[in-house]
Design a protein around this ligand. Sequence first.
Ligand SMILES: *[C@@H]1O[C@H](CO)[C@@H](O)[C@H](O)[C@H]1NC(C)=O
Length: 419
Amino acid sequence: MASPRANLALLSLLSLSLFLTISAEVFFEERFEDGWENRWVKSDWKKDENMAGEWNFTSGKWNGDANDKGIQTSEDYRFYAISAAFPEFSNKGKTLVFQFNVKHEQKLDCGGGYMKLLSDDVDQKKFGGDTPYSIMFGPDICGYSTKKVHAILTKGDKNHLIKKDVPCETDQLTHVYTFILRPDATYSILIDNTEKQTGSLYSDWDILPPKKIKDPEAKKPEDWDDKEYIDDPEDKKPEGYDDIPQEIVDSEAKKPEDWDESEDGEWTAPTVPNPEYKGPWTAKQIKNPNYKGKWKAPMIDNPDFKDDPEIYVYPKLKYVGIELWQVKSGTMFDNVLVCDDPDYAKKLAEETWGKQKEGEKAAFDEAEKKKEEEEKDEAGESDEEKEDDEADAEDSDKDEKADAEADADDSDDEQHDEL
Ligand SMILES: *[C@@H]1O[C@H](CO)[C@@H](O)[C@H](O)[C@H]1NC(C)=O
């Protein structure tokens, strides 16, 4: 039996962890339940050109919970722009977590599934492709070449793209994308609660010039030996090597019987390649004992580098937005989160996507099976149709002939009329 004191200790440990879990600061959380339209503003961007697409509030064609809805693009060849505001905050001294679910129900061949964080005051009714943003994050797919997670950080008015390649998911199921930015200027990118990339803002973006550069003044020393192989000094050219001719007279050749020297001139035997000839002599190659390796300029502190300890800071974060162009619609967003606690985000993902993913996969497989069967049925039907078509074709041949004859009659008539 545990002593009462141990129990007490356990209890306080429990309440401490309870305290830790609820200590997360949530700046924005949207699960898209009823009333979401009061929190989000649909932009008028592209409306006057009739190019603004409608959002569908739905749980999608396949899902793990029909009651859990999100917002989905519902029209092809349209622009989409929608945003929601939250109380302005700075991530200075805090970890920033930006997370959301995205599902491409359409087989996406070119289009984005990314979201943006915006700062300052934005006219949400005018939010569009040109509206400045602070962070853009999420998957982007186009053809075979682009299948990546964008992580664009804006500093000043420059957008800085991540320099590392982070592949995104390309199937038709829900995935959770998480961007974590820490006060020590490190970041992590997670997909489905698994870290896919991590590193430093200093090295993985060109926000600041590099800390170290190659010394531009440095020169390779005169005596630097960077030849890895040299001629073997022991290897000598055999005597008479250069006297071996490349071609020799063909000893097999004979003057033809009917060779007439007075007419054909003096007969000379043709030459053939000399099997003894081995080309110009080269010495055997050996490793150079004085090889120092390839010369590299030493790295020095970059005089243009000025550290910015606030490289990770966005002092006036205020909106989350989706701004997309979709050739094929069907991209769905849900569970948008902006907070300061990766554990909180992880838990939210587990409670939503994590609980629903198996049901969603089963529903998707079911939908695919149904589609396949329908296609098979249609293929069967179209066989029958083909037979019908052939019969029709014969009929129409006859009809055409009849028409042609009738036309001929008509033109006769016309001629008659003209007369
Ligand atoms: C919205 O989504 C549902 C589920 O996929 C679909 O049945 C419905 O037709 C969609 N509505 C529009 C307007 O696209």
